[in-house]
Design a protein around this ligand. Structure first.
Ligand code: IPE
Ligand code: IPE
Ligand code: MG
Ligand code: MG
Ligand code: MG
Length: 306
């Protein structure tokens, strides 16, 4: 079948652009206002950020923006926001892997940051990646109208913060070895994973100054694929191979994580996944053919192998 191959080469092409942008920002040159870039933290940030990762969130930012046919300036701004979001996602993984959290030794096919460096460096590199994201969104070179910049910072703060990703991580940890209802698990997953994926889709609309209706529609699309994404992650944790995933598997059961797969089983999860993808794809209808890659992204998220 040609389609998945086609999608994956599109994903890889965007990933290369994002990686280049990130490498450029972490080139070791202090920007105005920065004093010194200590080599150890710079090297740790580069280790975490460059070389690996599907870069699906940046892809979603860029493809959501492409729906509104941006000019070259807007396209460059979308790339900056995409790269910024990858900084936040990567920081979330660095902290998620720490011994105090999921205590994982393998990430993106390599030793986790706290193993390759040390815990304190991993904590600080995570902190620095988080702040770097806001630096990138607001950098004057991004050339975004101030009101769009402010809207992005606001939406990103709320998606990443205590009412979003961080809050979801808190609930996830507090729920180990406890019974959660389906509704509670859905909320936790909508926060720890869904919030950044939702932001990715919404950000494309914000960068382009799309109408509130379109912004809302993309946000709902992001919500649906966000739930699908974590459901697929939990299924892969149960069934996939560590070598293919580039991270340990079988860990959710070991740690007593509250997941929909542990609550309802794999078969139920597969059916649910199909429903979420259908609902997501339906939301894209008004965008017609322009949304083809976003449609494929929804399928990819549900059927991915790693
Ligand atoms: C892993 O995210 C963490 C979850 C939210 C489940 P990804 O599967 O997107 O990880 P990378 O970026 O490709 O490594
Ligand atoms: C992680 O969920 C979500 C975030 C990093 C915010 P998981 O703990 O399931 O992710 P993996 O399986 O370690 O990638
Ligand atoms: Mg976790
Ligand atoms: Mg984890
Ligand atoms: Mg997982």
């Amino acid at each position: 079948m040609d389609l998945p191959f086609d999608f994956e080469s599109q994903l890889a092409a965007r990933a290369t652009l994002v990686e280049r942008r990130l490498a450029d920002r972490l080139d070791g040159t202090p920007r105005p206002g920065e004093i010194v870039l200590p080599p150890r933290i710079l090297s740790a940030m580069r280790y975490a950020l460059l070389g690996g990762g599907k870069r699906i969130r940046p892809f979603l930012v860029m493809e959501a923006a492409a729906l509104f046919m941006p000019d070259t300036d807007t396209e460059a701004a979308a790339l900056d926001v995409a790269a910024a979001l990858e900084c936040i996602h990567t920081y979330s993984l660095v902290h998620d892997d720490l011994p105090a959290m999921d205590d994982d030794a393998l990430r993106r096919g390599r030793p986790t940051l706290h193993i390759a460096y040390d815990e304190a460096t991993a904590i600080l590199a995570g902190d620095a990646l988080l702040t770097l994201a806001f630096d990138m969104v607001t950098d004057p070179s991004t050339n975004l109208a101030p009101e769009r910049s402010v809207a992005l910072v606001s939406a990103l703060s709320r998606a990443a913060g205590f009412g979003g990703m961080v809050g979801g991580q808190m609930i996830d940890l507090a729920s180990e070895n406890r019974h959660l209802s389906e509704e509670e698990i859905v909320t936790l997953q909508a926060m720890k994973t869904g919030a950044l994926l939702r932001f990715a889709c919404e950000a494309g609309a914000i960068v382009c100054g799309a109408t509130p209706d379109d912004r809302e529609r993309l946000s709902r699309f992001g919500e649906a694929i966000g739930l699908a994404f974590q459901l697929a992650d939990d299924l892969l944790d149960l069934t996939a191979d560590e070598a293919v995933m580039g991270k340990a598997t079988g860990k959710d059961a070991d740690r007593g994580k509250a997941t929909l797969v542990s609550l309802h089983g794999a078969e139920w999860a597969h059916t649910q996944l199909r429903g979420l993808v259908d609902a997501a794809v339906e939301l894209l209808e008004p965008f017609g053919d322009r949304a083809e890659l976003l449609r494929q992204a929804a399928g990819f998220i549900a059927n991915r192998r790693n």
